[in-house]
Design a protein around this ligand. Structure first.
Ligand code: HAM
Length: 430
């Protein structure tokens, strides 16, 4: 058997591949990226690219030492003797903030809107919608604490989903308060869970000391039973005055703009850098535990990485999960176009000439040509298989007169076109 790809990875296959599903279709990926790019650039976001691997310390400090991502899911690469190791990035935000600080982007007009897309890596157990290499579209706004910026970010995530055709997504919106609010909440949780320590999973015993809020996000049934029994109060009850006002303003804008959302009073995100606004986009087609996207405000992250305080908010959408949800809803995508022109010679001595005409004709659009002589019948068959718009044949007689025989495969109409006129002819039909 030929070698196989690693577990938890996918190939992105060309259209027409026999084993095609929406989440492995390369053209579907590009469509999502393109819709997102258009929406984000219209909102003023500029593209930023960062490395696929970063210093392990950046991810530890950025994403947070108490998260599953850092504790269990890092792909670490040890390369130079005593170097602390690199990690394949599990998400984009920490790298973007590092680049913002390192590149002096604080000097650009604020708030600075950035976007990126690409592969992320988490060593998770493989299941539907849960991959080890997956892809995100990511949007970050740096330099403003204004709740209007949070609301715009939520609205943009929603707009991308809607523009892709998603109808049954739900935004769950919450706030995890300021650090002092979270400290108070963690104190409450510690007091609540400590008498039941024995009933917690080993992971959650550890979470109780490091970051008790993480217990609420536990995947263990044992933990979830206990959480249910204890009737845990939500984080939202512990918001201080400032965070409460901020959260109210975010909601007011979203309501005014008719962006639908549900309040999730106890939202827990899988990363430690969040403050105040936090949200996720959910869809029943990929399961209750798996969000299509998530985001939030992270005012403390830049300082956590050694820089100044930079208020910021952002989100990421998982492309594979979006595609699963869109497939679940039966959303159709625009068909990928075939070539404008498929060109072939009828005899061997004109194959080179057909290629030369084809190469030049590409100024007008997508042009493909045959690499050997074809009979006229085969030319039309080949052109049809490639879903070409026009098919052209050239034989010795046409070559001598400097013309091509072109058939419009949509209308069935044929005509002779001078090679010197080909560019104009194609441009009119592109
Ligand atoms: P996240 O919630 O960890 O947030 O990931 C965002 C999205 O990436 C998820 O909602 C999901 O669609 C996708 N995703 C995550 N893990 C996997 C996986 N193993 N397989 C498939 N898809 C996955 C972040 O990454 C934050 N950096 C978002 C953000 C940006 N916050 C502020 N700025």
């Amino acid at each position: 058997m030929p070698l196989q790809r690693p577990k938890g990875t996918q190939d992105h296959l060309p259209d027409g591949s026999p084993k095609l599903s929406r989440d492995v279709q390369a053209s579907a990926f590009r469509h999502v990226q393109e819709v997102a790019r258009r929406a984000l650039e219209r909102a003023g976001a500029q593209f930023i690219g960062t490395p696929l691997f970063e210093e392990a310390e950046l991810v530890q400090r950025g994403v947070g030492g108490s998260t599953d991502i850092v504790r269990k899911e890092m792909f670490t690469v040890y390369y130079f003797g005593d170097h602390g190791g690199y990690v394949l990035r599990p998400e984009a935000t920490a790298g973007v903030v590092r680049a913002y600080l390192e590149g002096g982007l604080k000097q650009l007009p604020a708030p600075l809107k950035l976007w990126t897309h690409g592969p992320m890596f988490r060593a998770e157990r493989q299941q539907k919608g849960r991959l080890r290499q997956f892809h995100q579209v990511d949007y970050e706004v740096l330099g403003s604490p204004d709740p209007l910026v949070d609301a715009e970010a939520v609205a943009l995530m929603w707009a991308v989903a809607v523009q892709l055709g998603l109808q049954r997504g739900r935004i769950k919106l919450g706030s995890i308060g300021d650090p002092a609010d979270r400290e108070a909440y963690n104190g409450y949780l510690r007091a609540l869970f400590t008498p039941h320590l024995e009933r917690l999973s080993d992971d959650s015993k550890d979470r109780l000391t490091r970051n008790p809020m993480r217990i609420l996000d536990s995947k263990s049934a044992q933990d979830q039973d206990l959480i249910g029994e204890l009737g845990v109060r939500p984080m939202l009850d512990f918001l201080g005055e400032d965070a409460r006002t901020h959260f109210g303003a975010v909601q007011a804008s979203l309501r005014a703009w008719e962006v639908p959302f549900d309040i999730d009073p106890s939202i827990v995100r899988g990363l430690d850098y969040y403050r105040r606004t936090a949200w996720e986009l959910h869809h029943e087609g990929v399961g209750a535990k798996s969000a299509l996207g998530g985001g939030g405000r992270y005012d403390g992250l830049a300082a956590q990485l050694g820089g100044p305080e930079v208020p910021a908010v952002g989100w990421a959408l998982g492309i594979e999960r979006l595609l699963l949800a869109l497939e679940d809803e039966g959303v159709a995508f625009p068909e990928v176009q075939g070539p404008l022109l498929f060109l072939a010679a009828m005899d061997e001595q004109n194959v080179g000439l057909a290629a030369q005409i084809g190469l030049q004709a590409r100024k007008a659009g997508r042009v493909e040509f045959a690499y050997r002589a074809l009979k006229p019948g085969s030319v039309f068959k080949e052109a049809d298989r490639r879903r070409a718009r026009l098919a052209a044949v050239i034989g010795s007689e046409e070559a001598a007169r400097g013309v091509l025989n072109i058939k419009d495969l949509k209308t069935g109409e044929s005509r002779e076109v001078a090679v010197s006129e080909l560019h104009t002819f194609l441009e009119e039909r592109a």
